[in-house]
Design a protein around this ligand. Structure first.
Ligand SMILES: Cc1cc2nc3c(=O)[nH]c(=O)nc-3n(C[C@H](O)[C@H](O)[C@H](O)COP(=O)(O)OP(=O)(O)OC[C@H]3O[C@@H](n4cnc5c(N)ncnc54)[C@H](O)[C@@H]3O)c2cc1C
Length: 417
């Protein structure tokens, strides 16, 4: 690696060594960024992947080493300075440095905030010490250990993480109850059809799903013994997990005067109003290139693509961020893949036969094809990622989309008017 160019010797400091932060550091080195790259992380672990924590890791088919994003020696070999187990506590924008929790100051030419998010706590209900959450490898170790002995798992929250844990726990033989406040599972993201399909599959596997249902109180403390619902009914439990979504980590940005509105506000270039500070990944609120609305996404694709984008800009290639969002979730033998983002309440149509266990739901925002959700239909998903947001998608008829004998791939290339 050559010497830093004049003017960039302060280098890039990245706060947050999760997916977005680590990918930024790697992309900078791949793109031959000449300055120093420092990755500051509050967690003690080397950068690791979160998705397996609610899937393979919980089932026991993957161990700690398999979670690492790169082997331990990678970071030093690529001249990425890892500062682990230390928090950034303050940003001084005038002096262009951050202060760490151990008192050190790190100067930066450019600062990337990749702060992620933390689990939301349950409002209005005292939560005993023995109740678990799932965000970090430490959380996953605790949950996995409990599932080795626990037979009675109650999960508060029927979102992706809750439903993935339910599937893994069933495969390990636990009895599982889901308590969901809304009237269907994974409702924040999925169409009604897809929610229904996953509810049916979970129920077939023996998961009890209680919707429109809220927790009144927990019993026990370090050892939780039960959950009382708002209607007075009692559920036995020896393990309770709360998975009701996350809040972005924005305090650091807020405290130094950057705009925060349910996420750190950035433009299409992923820059804050301070041109020396970018924000990416779960913590960033950015403009959706298709709808123009600001949104925040919680996915590996978003974290990774935004990291690439920032690294490109910092190495002289300044295009805006306009990737089609995509996401996946594995539950039992079902591989769910989603391309695009659909508003709730829009129209949808089903492509293929849910009874065959392989189908897609096309979702619309008015007339615009906004998202395609696919189960065990990877070809639809790959084509959807190319189709969403294009002119071709605007010209497609609903009949064309609904016909499962017409490959979506062929519509990407030559939509019939
Ligand atoms: C159990 C689980 C399963 C998931 N499954 C999927 C999936 O199947 N598919 C998918 O697409 N997405 C999945 N996700 C979501 C995905 O993992 C996240 O969207 C992604 O990790 C976001 O990356 P990030 O770097 O923005 O945030 P994070 O991964 O949260 O990393 C942020 C890091 O910043 C650190 N940090 C915060 N503040 C500071 C500070 N002041 N100083 C220093 N460090 C700080 C945090 O400790 C954290 O390590 C899953 C998430 C979880 C928890």
């Amino acid at each position: 690696m050559g010497r830093p160019h004049p003017g960039v010797d302060r280098g890039v400091v990245i706060v947050g060594s999760g997916m977005a932060g680590a990918q930024t550091a790697m992309a900078l080195r791949r793109r031959k960024y000449p300055g120093t790259v420092t990755l500051v992380g509050a967690e003690a672990e080397l950068p690791y992947q979160r998705p397996p924590l609610s899937k393979e890791y919980l089932k026991g088919s993957l161990e700690d080493g398999g979670l690492l994003l790169r082997p331990a020696q990678f970071w030093a070999e690529h001249e990425i300075e890892l500062v682990a187990d230390v928090e950034a506590v303050r940003i001084d924008r005038m002096a262009q440095h951050i202060t760490l929790s151990d008192g050190r100051k790190l100067p930066y030419a450019h600062l990337v905030l990749a702060l992620g998010a933390e689990n939301r706590s349950l409002p209005g209900v005292p939560v005993p010490r023995g109740v678990l959450g799932l965000r970090t490898i430490g959380d996953a170790r605790a949950l996995r250990a409990r599932l080795q002995h626990g037979r009675e798992l109650v999960i508060v929250g029927g979102g992706f993480i809750g439903m993935e844990v339910a599937a893994a726990a069933r495969e390990r033989g636990a009895r599982v109850t889901i308590i969901e406040a809304m009237d269907r599972i994974m409702a924040r993201v999925l169409s009604e059809e897809m929610s229904q399909y996953f509810s049916d599959r979970h129920r077939e596997q023996g998961v009890q799903i209680l919707t429109a249902c809220e927790v009144a109180r927990f019993s026990g403390d370090r050892h939780v013994t039960g959950v009382e619902l708002a209607d007075g009914s009692q559920l036995p439990a020896d393990t309770v997990l709360i998975g009701i979504g996350v809040s972005p980590n924005t305090e650091l940005a807020d405290a130094c005067g950057l705009e925060v509105a349910g996420g750190i506000v950035v433009g299409a270039d992923l820059l804050t109003a301070d041109r020396c500070i970018s924000a990416i990944g779960d913590c960033a609120l950015f403009p959706d290139p298709v709808s123009g609305a600001s949104h925040r996404l919680e996915s590996i694709q978003n974290a990774t693509d935004q990291a690439q984008q920032v690294a490109k800009r910092l190495t002289g290639d300044g295009a805006g961020y306009d990737a089609v969002p995509w996401f996946w979730s594995n539950q039992y033998d079902l591989k769910l893949q989603i391309a695009g983002v659909a508003p709730s309440g829009g129209q949808s149509l089903v492509r293929g036969d849910p009874a065959q266990g392989s189908f897609s739901v096309c979702r619309f925002d008015g007339d615009r094809l906004a998202a395609i959700e696919s189960v065990n239909r990877p070809a639809d998903h790959i084509a959807a990622r190319k189709l969403i947001g294009t002119e071709a998608a605007r010209r497609l008829s609903r009949d064309q989309l609904a016909d499962p004998t017409v490959p979506l791939r062929s519509l990407v290339l030559s939509p019939v008017a």
